[in-house]
Design a protein around this ligand. Structure first.
Ligand code: SAH
Length: 370
């Protein structure tokens, strides 16, 4: 395994470079490139050719290597398949939106949560990611925004036709993994993104399937980030069928912890709710968690809370036995919530053509491995 220069302290980097017979100032130049997210040494234009070549033979820049980059057909979403130094693979997604550039990062390789509708958990948990491994995902996206090229069009990719792509402005910890099973590193990552990249607390969102002690850790941490709860069902009975974590932490407990968090920071709680349907024996599609009755139950559960419900029509995962509800069913569900005074919007799907929509991120990236 080659040493990863990004993980070195300044002192270690200087020693490494001077041991190669190079002057000390080269270490500083290299550090600047690393902090900008340089994917390899060939881009380090102010280093002599020979040094770049030598470095390439003995070292690696970041703790993640880009294995594959997929561009959605509308050019707004880029998915990166990244390899860690123990050959585990993770994914991260850059979304260019009208409000800024948002990056969805993974917090673990794989996931142990076992949710019945999700691709990320199919192969179980491999391991937690380190702070540097999570942070590097942002650097990869930042590099893409500043220096990326659309190979097909051979010109820099522009966000929404702007002359400048800008920088990463928003972070969502919603990639593979359960962030609150790796809370210490996720917190370390957020601190780093805030300190080193100036990303405001209110532009960072952590999404959890409802690990109550983890939410308490976020409360103790005290930063006013956004909290999102993957709810997906309004009763313990139904939730338990699709999310094994509900057997450990019941809905009332999860929502009480979330309320405590949002009250502390006066933030709006984000609720994620996938809309699931299923094929019955006759091959007809039946609604699973998004019938009008469940819309009423969800309204009761959330009444009086300062929250926004993000409705996510299920994105296809081959191995999973669900279907997406019709557009009509989706709108009817939303209408009932709104009629009951609950803020609800339908999440715009990004990048489903490249398998990067919610719940489609997976280990090994089977779909695109060809
Ligand atoms: N483990 C965390 C972070 C993952 S976030 C969590 O559960 O919140 C990814 C979001 O996408 C979650 O809300 C998850 O429940 C949702 N999701 C998973 N599979 C999906 C699918 N096939 N279609 C749409 N959303 C999905």
């Amino acid at each position: 395994m080659k040493p990863i220069l990004f993980n070195f302290t300044d002192g270690e980097l200087e020693k490494f470079i001077t041991d190669m017979g190079q002057p000390r100032f080269r270490a500083k130049q290299i550090r600047e490139w690393l902090n900008r997210g340089a994917p390899d040494f060939s881009v380090m234009k102010n280093l002599p050719d020979a040094l770049r070549h030598d470095l390439d033979a003995v070292a690696q820049t970041l703790p993640v290597k880009i294995v594959k980059k997929l561009q959605s057909s509308d050019g707004e979403t880029t998915k990166f398949l990244l390899e860690l130094n123990d050959c585990e693979q993770i994914e991260c997604v850059l979304m260019r939106t009208t409000y800024g550039n948002s990056v969805c990062v993974s917090s673990q390789a794989g996931c142990a949560m076992g949710c019945k509708f999700c691709a990320s958990t199919l192969l179980g948990l491999k391991r937690d990611l380190t702070v540097n491994e999570i942070f590097s995902q942002i650097l990869v996206a930042q590099w893409e925004l500043r220096c990326g090229r659309d190979a097909a069009r051979e010109r820099p990719i522009r966000a929404n036709g702007d002359a400048n792509n800008g920088d990463v402005s928003h972070i969502v910890v919603m990639g593979t993994g359960e962030p609150l099973q790796n809370t210490e590193n996720v917190i370390g990552f957020c601190e780093r993104a805030n300190r080193d990249m100036g990303i405001g607390w209110r532009r960072i969102t952590i999404s959890t399937c409802g690990i109550v002690p983890g939410i308490h850790e976020l409360i103790a941490w005290g930063r006013p980030i956004n909290l999102a709860i993957s709810l997906h069902a309004p009763t313990d009975e139904l939730r338990g069928q699709i999310m094994p974590i509900n057997n450990k932490y019941k809905l009332a407990e999860v929502l009480a912890a979330a309320d405590e968090f949002t009250a502390l920071h006066n933030r709006q709680l984000m609720i994620e709710y996938i809309l699931l349907a299923r094929k019955n024996a006759n091959g007809d599609v039946e609604l699973f968690n998004c019938t009008p009755e469940y819309a009423e139950k969800l309204s009761e559960l959330l009444r009086g809370k300062n929250c926004m419900v993000n409705l996510i029509p299920w994105n296809a995962v081959d191995e999973r036995d669900f279907a997406s509800p019709s557009g009509n069913a989706v709108h009817r569900f939303q209408d009932i919530l709104i009629k009951n005074g609950i803020h609800a919007r339908i999440r715009r799907e990004r990048g489903s053509d490249i398998g990067s929509a919610c719940g489609q991120l997976r280990l090994g990236n089977k779909k695109h491995a060809e």
